[in-house]
Design a protein around this ligand. Structure first.
Ligand SMILES: Cc1cc2nc3c(=O)[nH]c(=O)nc-3n(C[C@H](O)[C@H](O)[C@H](O)COP(=O)(O)OP(=O)(O)OC[C@H]3O[C@@H](n4cnc5c(N)ncnc54)[C@H](O)[C@@H]3O)c2cc1C
Ligand code: FES
Length: 336
């Protein structure tokens, strides 16, 4: 009553935003450039942080130009870091709202929203005898979390990046090589071309015997999944994707967001999550790639297409759609 219209917790948030019981938040404490377009963000999580397993990711909510945007980032710090801080390492992509904000504009002291860490791209309890890490670009991040956390007797890494200076964590990787804790092959795609997965026979002759963790662009991961399957060892390959594989697009249509009364024209390839955010609608989201169901919204009218499969879903009472992997298939109404 005394604090109406704010709640007492809103005042506590002003003085102690990272306290136990508050919505989970973190404070950016430092930003360390890694390459020309990547940086490590050091975050102090609030009291409710439950800790992570190497290889997992965290969803963070960042305010960019006054809009709260959520994205997922792999944790790159080891799980036993003494100071209680964690790191994510972000590569700025062309036109990327959150990645460019974090790499180029994030300031120490900024508060961000955090979720608990999650994800099953992790190492098994029992250590495999031989390990292969197959990574490209920013796909090195979850694997760096693993490398910093767990030592193996026999671990090989094949990493692709356009040029040597684009290899994130390069000097730390070379230190591991010098200490004989890692065997590393860098593929510099500007000069060597894209990695032909068949080259693994030369680069890592015993690749099929190795428990493998792979993270990188869809082209690399699709090729790896096919290659491991064709050689009868699909269970040895563990992959992490940063974006969904969009295979089908069709005609779009006008989208109505009936709860807010906004409308937008959508093509048949852009996820409704992006369409809604662009239109200024508050859209719930999570992984943005079809795995967490954090974006489900009621489809009130019309039809949408699942961009991964082409499957059409038509509106009927109670139907929920994943807006991050669904595009308009004609006029439709999303209850947001
Ligand atoms: C489980 C998981 C872990 C992740 N870990 C990391 C990480 O450790 N480091 C990291 O840098 N990123 C990571 N990502 C990707 C990250 O969540 C964002 O997708 C990425 O930073 C782009 O967001 P943005 O807001 O800058 O781009 P947006 O503004 O959302 O998109 C801008 C444009 O880029 C395209 N785009 C979106 N995402 C990507 C992408 N990943 N690659 C290429 N083009 C894209 C969009 O289609 C759009 O055209 C992870 C994603 C997932 C699902
Ligand atoms: S945001 Fe995770 S499934 Fe859509």
């Amino acid at each position: 009553m005394v604090t109406t219209p704010l709640l007492p917790s809103d005042y506590l948030d002003l003085v102690s935003p990272l306290r136990a019981g508050a919505d989970l938040r973190g404070r950016i404490e430092a930003v360390h450039p890694e390459t020309g377009d990547a940086a490590t963000i050091v975050i102090r999580p609030g009291r409710g942080w439950r800790g992570h397993t190497a290889g997992q990711y965290v969803r963070i909510g960042v305010d960019v130009d006054g809009v709260r945007l959520w994205r997922a980032y792999s944790l790159t710090s080891p799980t036993n870091r003494r100071d209680g801080r964690v790191t994510i390492t972000v590569k700025a992509i062309p036109d990327g709202k959150v990645s460019n904000h974090l790499v180029r504009r994030a300031k120490p002291g900024t508060l961000i929203q955090l979720d608990q860490p999650t994800g099953d791209f992790v190492l098994p309890q029992a250590k495999p005898a031989k390990v292969l890490y197959l990574t490209a670009g920013s796909g090195i991040t979850p694997v760096m979390g693993m490398l910093r956390d767990t030592e193996f007797d026999d671990v090989v890494m094949v990493h692709c990046a356009p040029q040597p200076q684009d290899v994130i964590f390069r000097s730390e990787l070379h230190d591991l090589v010098a200490d004989k804790k890692l065997r590393l092959t860098e593929v510099h795609t500007d000069t060597d071309g894209m990695l032909d997965i068949a080259r693994l026979d030369d680069l890592v002759p015993d690749w099929a015997e190795r428990e493998t963790w792979a993270c990188g662009p869809a082209g690399l991961l699709d090729a790896a999944e096919k290659h491991w399957s064709e050689h009868g060892v699909p269970e040895r390959l563990h992959t992490e994707r940063f974006r969904p594989s969009i295979v089908v697009a069709g005609d779009g249509g006008e989208v109505t967001f009936s709860a807010t009364g906004k409308t937008a024209d959508a093509d048949g390839a852009t996820p409704l999550l992006d369409i809604g955010e662009e239109a200024g609608v508050l859209m719930p989201s999570g992984c943005r790639m079809g795995i967490c169901f954090g974006c489900v919204s009621p489809l009130k009218a019309g039809a949408v297409r699942d961009l991964r499969t082409g499957e059409i879903t038509e509106a009927e009472p109670g139907v929920l759609i994943q807006t991050c992997v669904s595009a308009a298939a004609g006029p439709c109404d999303i209850e947001r």
